[in-house]
Design a protein around this ligand. Sequence first.
Ligand code: LLP
Length: 423
Amino acid sequence: MNHFDYRNGVLHAEDVPLTLIAEQVGTPVYVYSQATLERHFQVLNEALAGTDHLICFAMKANPSLGVVATLAAMGAGADVVSEGEARIAMAAGIPAERIVFSGVGKTEEELVFALESGIGQLNLESYEELLELSHLAQRMGKTARIALRVNPDIDAGTHAKITTGLKENKFGIDWTQAHTVYKQAMRLDGIEVVGVAVHIGSQLTDLQPFQDAFLRLRDLTLMLQADGIPIQRIDLGGGLGVPYEPGVNETPPLPSEYAKVVKSCVGDLGCKLVFEPGRLLVGNAGILLTKIVRLKEGAVKSFVVVDAGMNDLMRPALYDAYHDIVPVKEPKPGAAKRAVDVVGPICESSDVFAAGRLLPMLYKGELLAFGTAGAYGASMASEYNGRPLIPEVMVKGDRFAVTRARPTYDAMIAAQKLPDWMG
Ligand code: LLP
């Protein structure tokens, strides 16, 4: 459910017509709905009612300050994978103790930062990282609260590029070795073992892989507890999918169904449950608003060339991802449609948002909205092809605010500097 609807023939974000945002901020632009964000958080939180839990928003999905501050105000923590994300989380009002620091390549500087700032949980991905952290913590006179991220060797059944829980993936510690590493962790100074963690992939549309992974974690937790290792937290990662293509086989389970699986697998272990959802919270809370630059009739195809490019929204180019595309001006019911390729201006053949998509007759200058662009849209954008990062707008009711301004070309160039020998 989201708050992007047609009213009086114009697509709105909550009570704001997208035409108004395009006029005042220009295109392309990301537009987020605060009410949708709040609703998504609430639905998940309510589904988990009755458990001792902490929802740590996976910042990589959308580290926009307004987005993070909205979730922070509702009690969310953060799952971060870099010092930068941790700093953004804290700037948005998330206390350090509600932050989980994940990632396979935390640098020494980042581990020091985590220890200094009192991050609540460090998810470690290797024995090597554990040893390094123990040395650093002892040197600093600190204690690191750690969980080991276990690799359960379970196929999440999602796109190969976003699967993380198979033993050939770089992530986590093989679940068969986890017990040994925990025993080593218990002997290390500067380390306090608090939990176990798992994350098997993203955009999962089936509950079975979650259940398989959670049951592995259950067995491990019971084994560790029996061995006197004080597991108090079970971090179940993120990964629950969202509907990108309404009505098509990718219909993900509801948060309530996911919560049932969680409760049945690990609800009785007396542990705090930690979650790291990203896409579920922000995916459908954002759209990418773009304008048609021109219509081009190719030799065998009709192209709709828009002002957004793969640098602004990489998902279709990178994962063949589907995003719904709708005109901001509501098409007449039963309006004729034709198959077009919606493409960006980037000089790569992969800069295609949709191929052979059935859309109503469109015209130059018309506005289009790409749906479900709130997750991994702005956060993965780049300046490729000399295109400044596009702005982000937050909507609340009938108000909207630019939370990231479009940089001028001068500002983009000023971020660089010539070497002194080039005068
Ligand atoms: N926790 C960990 C350790 C993760 O690696 C991820 C995502 C999450 C949580 C959040 O997963 P989510 O709930 O959002 O599925 N760029 C890709 C997705 C990459 C996901 C990476 N890790 C995309 O656009 O589909």
